[in-house]
Write a protein of this length. Structure first.
Length: 365
């Protein structure tokens, strides 16, 4: 019956909305007037959890002269191209969505201009306080990252190449020339540091610039022997809907070859979301310890429960949060008359993320 009443009033209520800009989110002001029989409609929120995962791709590439590294540099280089995905980040963020089973109509006293500000989910933000701006919902800090150019793609690499190296068609000869250039750059740097270089830099700043340039050239030539490693990352978001019972679920998988993959793709190792119910919201009690009854025609709000959520991979906890979950609680209500008193109308602030009451008081007009 209640749902039928709400739906029949929706067209009237929409006719009296007015858009309101907000620094935190888009909101709409609903005003109880004679045109809508002093009745307003709103929806309480439900929670979903966004699990954002970051996977890093590491690519290793051998240098042009890797076969000559042991001969000239006496060390072991990257021998072959390879790539590997690893899980490098995970974050939990709570998001509100409208709960269509929790839509309410509230009727205020005739002649009282009560206003309710609702967000884009039609969830209550405030009553009789148009200036209240709730805190913005948390967002993930994880963003995809493109691979940066390697040292071989810099101007220093081009500067380090001598004319003889460019013209030579023999890899062995080019490697020999590159090794000679590395030792020459090291000697030039030592000469500058010791003050024995011809044409010493004029001041400390000029010296630092010269040393940095020599270092970059040496690193570029060394990379031609040792190879380079570059990395990039991708980000995937997976949605979890909290229920009434604790559970452990595979939210996604990570494959060293494919990166982030679906939970049912056994080509990767599981990434777990552990959901543990801590408390469930309960009805307020009377002085006699009995549950209070929902006020007739009351302004509905949620009393949420709490849950602990964590993301676990390879036995390690990557993120953990304790959150207020609206669907773990109950719905109670405030007397509509609190907000329609002409002499001392009340106000209320809500948490749009959970539908809970944050603050109440007497409005100033």
């Amino acid at each position: 019956m209640l749902r039928t009443i709400i739906m029949s009033m929706a067209a009237t209520a929409l006719s009296i909305t007015a858009a309101m800009p907000s620094a935190a989110q888009n909101t709409t002001k609903l005003t109880a007037t004679k045109a809508n029989d002093y009745g307003l409609i709103y929806t309480l929120p439900s929670a979903v959890i966004d699990v954002t995962l970051e996977a890093e791709l590491t690519e290793s590439r051998p240098g042009e002269f890797h076969n000559y590294t042991a001969k000239y540099l006496k060390t072991s280089p990257i021998q072959a191209r390879s790539q590997k995905w690893t899980l490098t980040g995970a974050e939990l963020t709570q998001k509100a969505v409208p709960d269509d089973e929790q839509r309410y109509s509230v009727q205020f006293k005739n002649g009282t201009p009560v206003t309710i500000v609702v967000d884009s989910n039609n969830a209550p933000v405030s009553i009789n306080d148009e200036n209240y701006i709730p805190p913005s919902a948390a967002t993930t800090s994880l963003k995809p990252r493109q691979a940066q150019p390697s040292i071989l793609d810099t101007p220093a690499a081009r500067q380090a190449m001598t004319e003889e190296m460019i013209q030579s068609t023999s890899t062995a000869k080019r490697a020999e020339l590159a090794a000679d250039k590395i030792f020459e750059l090291r000697q030039n740097r030592n000469d500058i540091i010791s003050g024995n270089a011809d044409g010493m830099p004029k001041d400390g700043q000029a010296m630092q610039i010269a040393l940095d340039n020599l270092t970059q050239q040496e690193e570029a030539l060394t990379a031609m022997f040792m190879g380079v490693t570059v990395s990039s990352s991708e980000v995937g978001t997976y949605t979890f809907v909290p229920g009434e019972e604790s559970q452990k679920t595979v939210i996604a998988r990570i494959s060293p070859v494919k990166g982030l993959i679906a939970a049912d793709d056994l080509a990767g190792e599981p990434i777990y979301l552990i959901y543990k119910v801590i408390t469930k919201g309960t009805m307020p009690l009377t002085d006699k310890g009995e549950e209070r009854r929902f006020p007739k025609g009351g302004v509905a709000y949620r009393i949420p429960g709490t849950a602990e959520l964590s993301i676990v991979y390879d036995g390690k906890e990557l993120d953990k949060k304790t959150l207020h979950i609206p669907q773990l609680g109950v719905v109670f209500g405030m007397e509509p008359s609190l907000f329609s008193d002409k002499k001392a109308p009340g106000y209320a602030h809500f948490d749009p993320l959970t539908g809970a009451v944050k603050e109440t008081g007497i409005a100033t007009r």
